[in-house]
Write a protein that binds this ligand. Structure first.
Ligand SMILES: *Cc1c(COP(=O)(O)O)cnc(C)c1O
Length: 399
């Protein structure tokens, strides 16, 4: 928190005001500090800054005021002591793992993770002696059974993508802590406007700021939120030395994005709920996956953990066999005039995707089946357009 932050601010106010620092010029909007290094008053001050005996900026790979304002604001929003910003969401996950883990350590992760996160665990961390076991995220029993003496980290995304399975963060944190394990939650889909994993015992929170925190599809960014000492001792040295630093320009764009986070998440999830209800009542739709619907298997848990169902809605079209289902799903996608056919999410522009042939296209048919990704499945990431215009798109494609 900066000196001006008010401890009682609600999320909407935090998202606009927390962490702001003003220069003597008195600018109202935060300044963008495009500088790679910082000057010192004297040789003695330079020596003190380098030795760490005096606080202050040295070099932008270590600190930059625009980046620090973003970090402070996100830490306040997530109810964590501290936050470290990174160049992307993947940089956040990589940096956190490099900081917290050693060769010989073991991770347990939920199966339904962002594709690149799976690649990082399976293809890259494994080369450095870190092994990952993937489990059915909603089964607490599966997590417990997978625990080994060298398990150091739980890694979870909730709600999951694209089937919106909701995992009980508190129950998972309790299990982790019983075994001296850290519970790391990727809070990308909800953002702190809808879910604060820290309130449910999580130890560390990962963000792809590229998604809802920016919210307008402009820049890449990431963050790790958590306890100050742990982040400073374990993760900061990797960030400073390896250099996956967030740029000042991107930090500034993200600060502007955060100002509208609360109102965007509310409007986007209101629209998503209306669309999910409309889809559920449509005769050509077999099933809708949306935590805000009473029909969602973990609806009660979702409403305890999240402020709303979020902005991701997935649904299966009815059809006769795989080929027919795929043709019908593609037909919905190809009829969309307003929605963008792209796999990104978290934008003001609604996106529509066919997971089985895009994001999950490289999985074997068996692995895809196990993940529950059917050929009739369509994923929507609802943006800020008029809900009626989005429904009109779907109506044409569903016939
Ligand atoms: C996009 C995404 C990431 C990776 O973020 P980048 O900013 O693209 O590196 C990680 N986790 C989730 C859930 C994501 O959607």
């Amino acid at each position: 928190m900066s000196d001006k932050d008010h401890p009682d601010w609600a999320t909407a106010t935090q998202a606009i005001r927390a962490g702001s620092q003003r220069t003597p010029f008195g600018e109202h909007s935060e300044a963008m500090f495009l500088t790679s290094s910082f000057v010192f008053d004297s040789a003695a001050q330079a020596a003190a800054r380098f030795a760490g005996t005096e606080e202050g900026n040295v070099y932008a790979r270590f600190t930059n005021p625009s980046v620090q304002m973003f970090e402070q604001r996100l830490a306040v929003l997530e109810n964590t002591e501290y936050c470290l910003a990174t160049a992307s969401g993947m940089a956040a996950i990589t940096t956190a793992c490099m900081g917290l883990l050693n060769a010989g350590d073991h991770i347990i992760a939920s199966k339904a993770l962002f594709g690149a996160t799976v690649q990082l665990f399976v293809n890259i961390l494994s080369r450095f002696g870190i092994e990952t076991t993937f489990v059915d995220g909603v089964s607490l029993d599966a997590w417990e059974k997978a625990i080994r003496p060298n398990t150091k980290l739980f890694y979870v995304e909730t709600p999951s993508n694209p089937l919106t399975e909701v995992i009980d963060i508190q129950a998972l944190s309790d299990l982790a802590h019983k075994h001296g394990i850290l519970n790391m939650v990727d809070n990308c889909f909800c953002s702190p406007a809808l879910q604060k994993p820290m309130d449910f015992g999580a130890d560390l929170i990962i963000h792809s700021a590229t998604k809802y925190l920016d919210g307008q599809g402009r820049v890449l960014g990431g963050a790790i939120c958590g306890p100050k000492q742990l982040l400073k001792d374990k993760i900061l040295p990797v960030l400073r030395t390896a250099g996956p630093t967030l740029s000042a320009f991107n930090a500034w764009v993200l600060l502007k994005g955060l100002e509208t986070l609360n109102i965007r998440m509310k409007a986007q999830s209101d629209s998503a709920l209306e669309i999910a209800r409309w889809l559920e009542a449509h005769p050509a739709v077999d099933r809708v996956y949306y935590p805000g619907l009473a029909s969602h298997p973990q609806h009660t848990l979702a409403m305890k953990q999240q402020k709303s169902g979020g902005a991701i809605v997935s649904f299966e079209v009815k059809g006769h066999g795989e080929e027919d289902c795929r043709a019908k799903a593609w037909n919905v996608i190809d009829h969309s005039k307003t929605m963008s056919i792209t796999a990104n999410l978290g934008d003001t522009r609604t996106t529509i995707t066919h997971p089985a042939t895009t994001t999950h296209g490289r999985l074997s048919p068996e692995a895809r089946e196990a993940a529950g990704i059917k050929q009739g499945l369509v994923r929507l990431a609802i943006g800020l357009e008029d809900t009626g215009d989005l429904i009109a798109d779907l109506k044409k494609g569903l016939g």
